[in-house]
Design a protein around this ligand. Structure first.
Ligand code: AMP
Length: 194
């Protein structure tokens, strides 16, 4: 029988360590990391029409409109029909995005297996992002006001996605402060138990 693909959403506020953890999980489990933030930054770096559009929103710490984001995500996942599954990092960030993801996966006979949220408080996030901004070259990491806006957007528009999957009994939250290895260990055992 064909092995079932697994689809994990790595969830949490900006600066909670999703990208760092997703990269390690990608290697460990042979999953493909899909970071919509990285995809937008790639487009911005190449100054494509999509990148120019995304830049207007990203530099202010606002969300790129759903239809733009979902279109880009669909193109990405269509490129990996043979993968063992995906780790979604920074997506879905709104309820319509979550509904679009569920529909896209359902068309392929798949579904989200688990949403794992990393819990980190606001002060720690601001500290981490300002620190990252010293080397990341990201305009949205360099300014505390933009960082605070990203946190506010997370609370208002993104955090309901946790409850959306909790209603399907798929959400779990773990502590996001601690050593990278410890957090990786907790994530890995959760994924192994799927
Ligand atoms: P990230 O790299 O995940 O922190 O994302 C950086 C920025 O890219 C966000 O603040 C948004 O402007 C944009 N972005 C990334 N992912 C999404 C998404 N799923 N929906 C809308 N905007 C996004």
């Amino acid at each position: 029988m064909e092995e079932k693909r697994i689809n994990i959403i790595l969830f949490g506020p900006p600066g909670s360590g999703k990208g760092t953890q997703a990269k390690q999980l990608e290697e460990k489990f042979g999953l493909v990391q899909v970071s919509t933030g990285d995809l937008f930054r790639y487009e911005m770096g190449n100054n494509t029409p999509l990148g120019q559009k995304a830049k207007e929103y990203m530099n202010k710490g606002q969300l790129v409109p759903d239809e733009v984001t979902v279109g880009m995500l669909k193109n990405k996942i269509d490129k990996f029909p043979e993968s063992k599954g995906f780790i979604f990092d920074g997506f879905p960030r709104t309820i319509p995005q979550a509904e679009a993801l569920d529909a896209l996966l359902a068309e392929r006979g798949e579904s989200v297996n688990s949403l794992i949220a990393l819990k980190v408080d606001d002060d720690e996030i601001v500290k981490r992002l300002l620190e990252r901004g010293k080397t990341s070259g990201r305009a949205d990491d360099a300014n505390e006001e933009v960082i605070r806006n990203r946190i506010a957007v997370y609370k208002a528009e993104t955090s309901p996605v946790y409850n959306y999957y909790a209603e399907k009994d798929l959400s779990v939250e773990i502590e996001g402060v601690g050593s990278i290895e410890d957090i990786q260990g907790r994530l890995a055992s959760l994924i192994e138990s799927i």
